[in-house]
Ligand binder design. Structure first.
Ligand code: NAD
Ligand code: TYD
Length: 348
């Protein structure tokens, strides 16, 4: 039975990856390591908690001794590393927290894997999950490919870029078998309401202003989170060692157009008059260092591994809205307590 470590499995994307691996691979023992920061929530994976091939471990990847002991104890065959500080706005307020988790935390996992797997890399794999934000910002034209030079602009993207470089360096220097994927913006169920889509769904439900940064013309490429989890499964099993794959939705939206689509869908779901939610749109001060445009060329994963998104944006957004409306208690739980302080500091 293979032992697989997934880090950050109580977070947004990690919870969908854990669910997929636990349910699709009963012959794997899945260990979910998560520090349960503000972004980690065991409710996200409550449905697989009792599965015989699943174990949750609460722990911090920044703690090197703890990570070394964990690898000694369990002798993992594979690692899918998703644990991270993931929000750009928080990285502007507290960059060091991002260096600790995203850079040092990744280093600790690399060192532990290198030590445990030494001289025996057969069947082993270190999979680092990263972001398209490492490539910086595009102008009106062009797409990020796997060979686009790194050019990070925010402390978040700089910390992820750094971790990507270390993973690659461990591959080149020590022969560590790794794969890296750089994915575009995800959306879907279990997304913490500090990011654009879940924050705006939450605010529309509660008739609160929708704070659009700057002129709203910033462009992102959006992917439904379950399609990302499917891509991660594919790359983990069929990707080539020492390779990078870009993952994207073939789905670019200017923020303001996305927000208007969201408002229209929410009006329908909430039985509000057409145009009601759009009245909540409020233009606010721009994010410093705001990247103009991200867009992914996902042709490599498409050609080599046959992956493509399974849902359109309209379908994915509708499923997302339905999930939030059906899980208002989840939303209430995560937006109580510290969330209020964060929101006050960020927006009021
Ligand atoms: P998230 O913030 O929702 O979840 C992160 C998880 O990591 C949480 O469960 C948190 O408790 C855990 N964590 C944080 N610090 C930790 C530490 N020191 N030790 C152990 N666990 C810790 O993030 P997400 O959006 O699910 O992103 C997951 C990964 O995917 C990240 O590496 C991120 O860079 C990458 N990514 C995210 C997106 C996106 O749109 N959300 C897109 C591309 C790539
Ligand atoms: P976000 O969800 O934070 O993802 P990222 O910054 O990683 O792309 O933001 C997506 C886009 O939405 C980005 O251009 C910033 C913008 N945005 C707003 O206009 N208002 C908000 O309140 C938030 C959180 C984001």
């Amino acid at each position: 039975m293979k032992k697989i470590l997934i880090t950050g499995g109580a977070g947004f994307i990690g919870s969908h990856v854990v669910r997929r691996f636990v349910t699709q691979y009963p012959n794997y023992q899945i260990f979910n390591l998560d520090a349960l920061t503000y972004a980690g929530n065991l409710e996200n994976i409550a449905d697989v908690d009792k599965s015989p091939n699943y174990t949750f471990i609460k722990g911090d990847i920044v703690d090197a001794d703890f990570i070394t002991d964990l690898f000694q104890q369990h002798q993992f065959d594979g690692v899918l590393h998703l644990a991270a500080e993931s929000h750009v706005d928080r990285s502007i307020t507290d960059p060091l927290a991002f260096v600790k988790t995203n850079v040092i935390g990744t280093m600790n996992l690399l060192n532990a894997a290198k030590t445990i797997w030494k001289d025996n890399f057969e069947g082993k794999r270190f999979y680092h999950i990263s972001t398209d934000e490492v490539y910086g910002s595009l102008g009106a034209e062009g797409l990020f490919t796997e060979t686009t030079a790194y050019d990070p602009n925010s402390p978040y993207s700089a910390s992820k870029a750094s971790s990507d470089h270390f993973v690659r360096a461990y591959g080149e220097t020590y022969g560590l078998p790794y794969v890296i994927t750089n994915c575009s913006n995800n959306y879907g169920p279990n997304h913490f309401p500090e990011k654009l889509v879940p924050l705006f769904i939450h605010n529309i439900i509660n008739n609160k202003p929708l704070p659009v940064y700057g002129d709203g013309k910033y462009t992102r490429d959006w992917l439904y989170v379950i399609d990302h989890a499917i891509a991660i499964d594919l790359v983990f099993h069929e990707g080539k060692n020492h390779e990078t794959y870009n993952i994207g939705g073939f789905n670019e939206w200017q923020n303001i157009d996305l927000v208007k689509l969201l408002c229209r869908q929410m009006d329908t779901k909430l039985g509000r008059a057409a145009g009601e939610s759009e009245k909540l749109i409020t233009y606010v001060k721009d994010r410093p260092g705001h990247d103009l445009r991200y867009a992914i060329d996902a042709s490599k994963i498409n050609k080599e591994l046959g992956w493509k998104p399974s849902v359109t944006f309209e379908q994915g957004l509708e499923k997302t809205i339905e999930w939030y409306l059906a899980n208002e208690e989840w939303l209430r739980n995560v937006t109580s307590g510290d969330y209020q302080t964060y929101y006050q500091k960020q927006y009021l």
